[in-house]
Write a protein that binds this ligand. Structure first.
Ligand code: SF4
Length: 104
């Protein structure tokens, strides 16, 4: 008997649906840090567009970020260093912390 809380293979899930099924063990040790002063002069700000869970956003005073929903793709680090101002320092959360993928 299928579990009603789990999506079936026939259901189309968008990114928000998929991320909503994942669980996160918050790491109080910061695994992403951003030298946000460099962001003020960043022309393209690609971090705002690459992250499917929108860890980065532009606030009134500049870049703000929240790593609690990070799914650890590392794309932000790559685009920041290739197209941005090399402001992001990124590593994986410590062992057993971070995202646990549940579906896809
Ligand atoms: S890409 Fe890097 S330098 Fe540019 S706004 Fe994002 S974090 Fe800052």
């Amino acid at each position: 008997m299928p579990n009603e809380a789990q999506p079936t293979a026939e259901q189309a899930l968008d990114v928000d649906d998929r991320v909503g099924l994942d669980t996160f063990e918050f790491d109080e040790e910061p695994f992403i840090t951003v030298e946000t002063d460099l962001c003020l002069e960043c022309e393209l700000k690609p971090c705002l567009y690459i992250c499917p869970t929108q860890v980065y956003r532009w606030g009134e005073d500049g870049l703000v970020y929240n790593t609690e929903g990070c799914i650890e793709l590392g794309g932000c680090f790559i685009v920041c260093h290739d197209l941005g101002n090399r402001a992001i320092r990124w590593s994986y959360p410590r062992g057993s912390r971070g995202v646990q993928f549940r579906y896809g």
